[in-house]
Design a binder for this molecule. Structure first.
Ligand SMILES: C[S@@+](CC[C@H](N)C(=O)[O-])C[C@H]1O[C@@H](n2cnc3c(N)ncnc32)[C@H](O)[C@@H]1O
Ligand SMILES: Nc1nc2[nH]cc(C(=O)O)c2c(=O)[nH]1
Ligand code: SF4
Ligand SMILES: [Mg+2]
Length: 215
């Protein structure tokens, strides 16, 4: 078998998003994505990249001496060998998270992986791609993220949480403001006013270093 993956970058930083925010983490960014969210901050990962075999990825990840590894993209699950990478990272003892658009099936993702599933909102332009059957596959330790671009997105997210009974599911619910499009203080106020028991998150790395690759 040919266990190669197309990789845009491997870098060591602080996790800027989700429940593991603030922890030193190695990021493995896989190349390519079938979606085109209007706000995407990782368009540089749509094309190009470099072919790596699995052992070369593990060697580079190991070189940073971190405990956390985040597999992201692009859309990591668009490359079938991503499943092998996730399993191998778990076998190596890493705490592994996967950032995914929720447009592709998460069936086959190693159960030790913490899945961060981004339920695409209408203003992303890609909400018709959501595969809602993924929600039943989430378990404790997984996260559902809503990237909110507008008040209409916020109301849509509230509706989906209710319609799909997400508050009684196992996954943590995260709300994030689309960077530069929606002020985080506005999102915070909507969450407070709606008395919505979800976790507001910032993309911490952008406040530390700006919106740049490799951070
Ligand atoms: C770059 S994507 C890669 C993984 C996968 N394709 C996805 O969309 O989840 C990682 C996360 O960054 C979020 N993101 C991308 N651009 C953003 C922006 N401008 N503001 C806030 N979050 C953003 C995405 O919504 C996603 O949750
Ligand atoms: N520091 C940092 N944290 C992140 N968490 C998720 C990221 C991503 O691009 O998926 C990301 C990223 O690009 N940088
Ligand atoms: S799914 Fe993720 S990588 Fe793809 S365009 Fe949307 S935010 Fe960017
Ligand atoms: Mg990013």
């Amino acid at each position: 078998m040919d266990f190669t993956l197309r990789i845009t970058e491997i870098f060591h930083s602080l996790q800027g998003e989700g429940l593991a925010s603030g922890l030193p983490t190695v990021f493995v960014r896989l190349t390519g994505c079938p979606l085109r969210c209007h706000y995407c901050d990782s368009e540089y990962a749509f094309h190009g990249g470099q072919k790596y075999d699995l052992d070369a990825i593990i060697t580079e990840v190991d070189s940073y001496g971190a405990r956390e590894v985040c597999v992201t993209g692009g859309e990591p699950l668009a490359q079938p060998n991503c499943l092998v990478l996730l399993e191998r990272l778990c076998d190596c003892g890493y705490h592994v998270s996967l950032e995914t658009s929720g447009a592709m099936s998460i069936e086959g993702v190693d159960p030790r992986v913490s899945v961060v599933l981004d339920l695409k909102t209408p203003d992303s332009g890609e909400s018709t791609k959501n595969d809602y059957s993924n929600l039943a596959r989430l378990s404790q330790g997984d996260q559902i993220k809503f990237v909110i671009c507008s008040e209409a997105d916020f109301q849509w997210a509230r509706f989906k949480i209710d319609e799909l009974s997400l508050l009684s599911g196992p996954a943590e619910l995260l709300f994030s403001a689309s960077f530069t499009q929606l002020k985080p203080e506005q999102l915070a106020q909507w969450i407070i006013d709606a008395r919505l028991p979800v976790r507001m998150q910032l993309q911490m790395h952008k406040y530390l270093w700006g919106d740049v690759p490799g951070r």
